[in-house]
Design a protein around this ligand. Structure first.
Ligand code: FAD
Length: 301
């Protein structure tokens, strides 16, 4: 029996063969993976990961695919997409607490907590990722981070153990968590404790943020959001790219967005090779003009 057949036998959730990663990522780029697995719960994910590890089969856990770039010729292994099943959120309004499965939509969590008068995530409205992906990346916007109201995270360790760590132990920083140093870990859920807030004011803030995003970001085209991290010594990457006159610059189907210079967009039929070639041009030009080294925020798989 092939390993894909074996995964199908073990898994409770759906397993799709030769699933194009262009369908599973917001960049809309990437060739087929051997198996795309949609776990139905932490136990389902743990069972499949245990098998893949024991057999030495390449694998990766993703959420909504909004910060990843997969190879054009595909991924020779199993992609576990937790954003396609593990998405329950439980609220404890009496205590202003919530627990979200890793695949829960971050945007919905931000809007729902705001509507319930739970303050802390409203500024993250509109980020198109999952709770787990947001923890992995320490997603943030407008001065707030997912790590702010986060209290603890449950994950499956590289040894297959179920572990809970307090947020304080996860070394959060700008777009950083300790999960980035431990790629074998699979985040299964996150717990939050919120400050009390006025639901109307929190909802208004979330709506304002959504409006700001619509005004500034090219949301009608495939992308992974900001392509580069903001440079510590150089300020916002978007400003440097704009000042370098690179808005609208293209390689094949990839383009530096004329609306937001730090967004590399898929203007139609972009390949990963196009995107990386364009990213190279951008970073070389910015280095040449301003002496600043831009580092991708997007995870190049
Ligand atoms: C239009 C647009 C706007 C954006 N705006 C912002 C913004 O304002 N702020 C911001 O911070 N980001 C922004 N992003 C980027 C992205 O949405 C965030 O980084 C988001 O948190 C990624 O979540 P995801 O579920 O899509 O992760 P994915 O892209 O699926 O994965 C990202 C990384 O996390 C890992 N990962 C994901 N889930 C798990 C898991 N359960 N266990 C272990 N590892 C996991 C993956 O292996 C990968 O390395 C934007 C993206 C787009 C397309």
């Amino acid at each position: 029996m092939s390993w894909v057949e074996e995964v199908k036998r073990i898994a409770r959730g759906r397993v799709l063969e030769k699933e194009p990663m262009s369908r599973r990522t917001t960049f809309r780029v990437g060739g087929p993976c051997e198996a795309f697995f949609c776990p139905e719960g932490a136990d389902d994910l743990a069972a499949v990961l245990k098998f893949l590890r024991a057999e030495g089969i390449r694998h990766i856990v993703i959420g909504q695919g909004s910060n990843v770039l997969f190879p054009d010729d595909g991924y020779d292994g199993c992609v576990a997409g937790v954003g396609n099943g593990m998405s329950k959120v439980e609220f404890d309004p009496g205590k202003l607490e919530a627990e979200a499965e890793a695949g829960a939509s971050l945007n919905e969590l931000a809007l729902e907590t705001a509507a319930r008068g739970m303050a802390g995530l409203e500024s993250l409205a509109g980020i198109p990722g999952s709770a787990g992906g947001a923890v992995f990346m320490n997603a943030g916007a407008f001065g707030a981070w997912i790590s702010g109201p986060l209290t603890s995270v449950d994950f499956i360790s590289a040894d297959g153990e179920r572990v809970r760590l307090d947020a304080a132990e996860l070394d959060f920083g700008y777009r950083r968590s300790s999960f980035q140093d431990n790629p074998g870990c699979a985040i299964v859920s996150a717990r939050f404790a919120f400050a009390p807030g006025d639901p109307a004011a929190l909802k208004a803030r979330a709506a304002e943020i959504l409006e700001l995003r619509r005004g500034k970001q090219p949301l009608d085209m495939g992308s992974a959001g900001s392509f580069f991290r903001n440079a510590e010594d150089g300020g916002p990457a978007g400003r440097l790219i704009d000042e370098a006159g690179l808005k609208g610059r293209r390689v094949g189907g990839a383009m530096v967005s004329p609306k937001h210079a730090n967004f590399i967009v898929n203007a139609g039929g972009a390949t990963r090779a196009d995107i990386l070639a364009l990213a190279d041009i951008v970073s070389s030009r910015v280095k040449e003009l301003f002496g600043v080294v831009l580092v991708p925020e997007v995870r190049i798989i």
